[in-house]
Design a protein around this ligand. Structure first.
Ligand code: PLZ
Length: 452
């Protein structure tokens, strides 16, 4: 059995259940959680974590789960990755916070330099750092409005951009993200996404782009559009991969219209899809990119990176925040990016996809409930439907996810209809562990769904 070093101690890379799930210690913590934590904060698994690293999460009862979630696409370099631990320990002992706007430090600048290197395009770029993905998206909209002098923001069906007031308006799905939380910010316009599985068969990326942009032209007016904001592969919306040519056509329309093409790469970025960024696969170069999640190995950090002249359009003092680009988070980001290069984690993501896709396609052949298998690299999903139809089956999706959890594999669900099972393993997961997790998924589907 292989081990990885997390925080200096070896952690066995194995699936191992030693109690019921949840075990007694998790149950005791669950009771405390219910009494003290607001119930509006959701929960996927009822187990509490003690350690995690490589491809496993170990709970307080000693159960070891295979991690196909990465804390929602965050710990791409693995939990407590050695370089991250070392860098953060060094930084935490030196200074924890000064506020970059008060007395700056090198780490913030170095992260912005790295962002200029790794994001798509070789034009002059600048960045600003924040704490959460939603905050980065909000700031991208601020920059876009300032730089263009326009107000309208175009977003897509199934989009997810966050839970703050502006980003709730940008997010498509009502329940659980928006219900009862209005009023929402104005000047947001939603148009159809390219969704090959659910679009008319044969619809090309260019046709899907024309469908969306035709609506923008007739209902908003191209000259009013500050930004078109898009996840190049949708995350919470169900790993919807637009048809080839869609992103290129949208980016071209933006260029011709004077609107900014803003890529939300918060979930799809930092090697997740087998490239540094999902836009790279089609050679699309966004004007602004938002990043977070995988950027800093689990520490909270986010960024807006964009064309230098656009980023500099904002007046001095117009962007900021107390904690944005916190020194610990910056140290972690530099160590994470170094790890991605040293271990070729983009290549690792491609290998993960190469293992998963054929197995999931084979599973699709054996059952009638998998309507679609899709994704790229280590961002892979299956969409579950009622046999012989495209009717979403969220109940079945929930049952399969729960069965995987009970068998020691962490999987997540997604999708506007709640019927997508998504897989986001840490990019450092071992192939053996990944294969075992797929065995568990196979068995869970077999148990809860009729054979084809
Ligand atoms: N943009 C593309 O995926 C976060 C949300 C989890 P924050 N997705 C996980 C939940 O239920 O709250 C996300 C994303 C994309 C923006 C965000 C927002 O990032 O760091 O959660 O604010």
């Amino acid at each position: 059995m292989t081990h990885v070093l997390t925080g200096g101690a070896p952690l066995a890379q194995q699936r191992r259940l030693v109690t019921e799930v949840p075990g007694p210690r998790s149950l005791a913590l669950l009771e405390r959680r219910i009494a003290a934590v607001a119930s509006g904060v959701g929960g996927t698994l009822p187990v509490f974590v003690e350690r995690a690293g490589g491809g496993v999460v170990v709970d307080v009862d000693g159960n070891s789960f295979i991690d196909l979630g990465s804390g929602i696409a965050v710990v791409s370099v693995g939990n407590s990755a050695p370089l991250v631990v070392e860098a953060v320990q060094e930084q935490v002992a030196a200074f924890t916070h000064t506020c970059f706007m008060v007395t700056p430090y090198e780490g913030y600048v170095a992260v912005c330099e790295e962002l200029a290197r790794v994001t798509p395009g070789d034009h002059a770029k600048k960045s600003a750092l924040f704490n959460s993905g939603a905050e980065a998206v909000e700031n991208a909209v601020k920059v876009a409005r300032h730089a263009t002098g326009r107000q309208a923001v175009v977003v897509f069906d199934h989009a997810y951009h966050g839970r703050t007031n502006l980003t709730m308006a940008l997010t498509a799905k009502n329940m659980p993200y928006k219900d009862g939380f209005g009023p929402f910010a104005p000047e947001i316009y939603r148009v159809p996404m390219s969704y090959p599985y659910r679009d008319e068969p044969g619809m090309t990326g260019a046709q899907a782009a024309a469908r969306a942009l035709g609506l923008v032209e007739s209902q908003v007016g191209a000259r009013n559009v500050a930004a078109v904001l898009i996840e190049p592969i949708q995350g919470e919306g169900g790993f919807v991969v637009p048809a080839p040519g869609f992103l290129t056509a949208v980016a071209e329309w933006c260029r011709a219209s004077g609107a900014l093409f803003v890529a939300d790469e918060i979930q799809s970025g930092f090697c997740r899809t087998g490239d540094w960024f999902a836009c790279d696969a089609e050679g699309v170069v966004p004007d602004l990119v938002t990043t977070a999640k995988g950027i800093a190995g689990g520490l909270p950090l986010s960024a807006v990176t964009g064309r230098a002249e656009l980023m500099d359009a904002v007046h001095v003092g117009g962007l900021g925040g107390t904690f944005g680009g916190n020194p610990l988070a910056c140290a972690a980001a530099l160590a994470s990016i170094q790890t991605m290069r040293a271990l070729d984690l983009a290549g690792a993501a491609r290998s993960i996809g190469a293992t998963m896709l054929p197995r999931l396609h084979a599973l699709q052949q054996r059952t009638g409930v998998i309507g679609d298998v899709r994704g790229r690299g280590a961002m892979i999903a299956v969409e579950l439907v009622r046999p012989g139809t495209k009717d979403p089956d969220p109940q079945l999706t929930g049952r399969i996810a729960q069965e995987c959890h009970a068998q020691g594999v962490i999987v997540l669900t997604a999708g506007t209809y709640g019927n997508v099972l998504r897989f986001l393993p840490p990019l450092v997961i071992g192939q053996e562990l990944l294969a075992e997790a797929l065995d568990v998924v196979d068995a869970a589907v077999a148990e809860h769904a009729p054979a084809a």
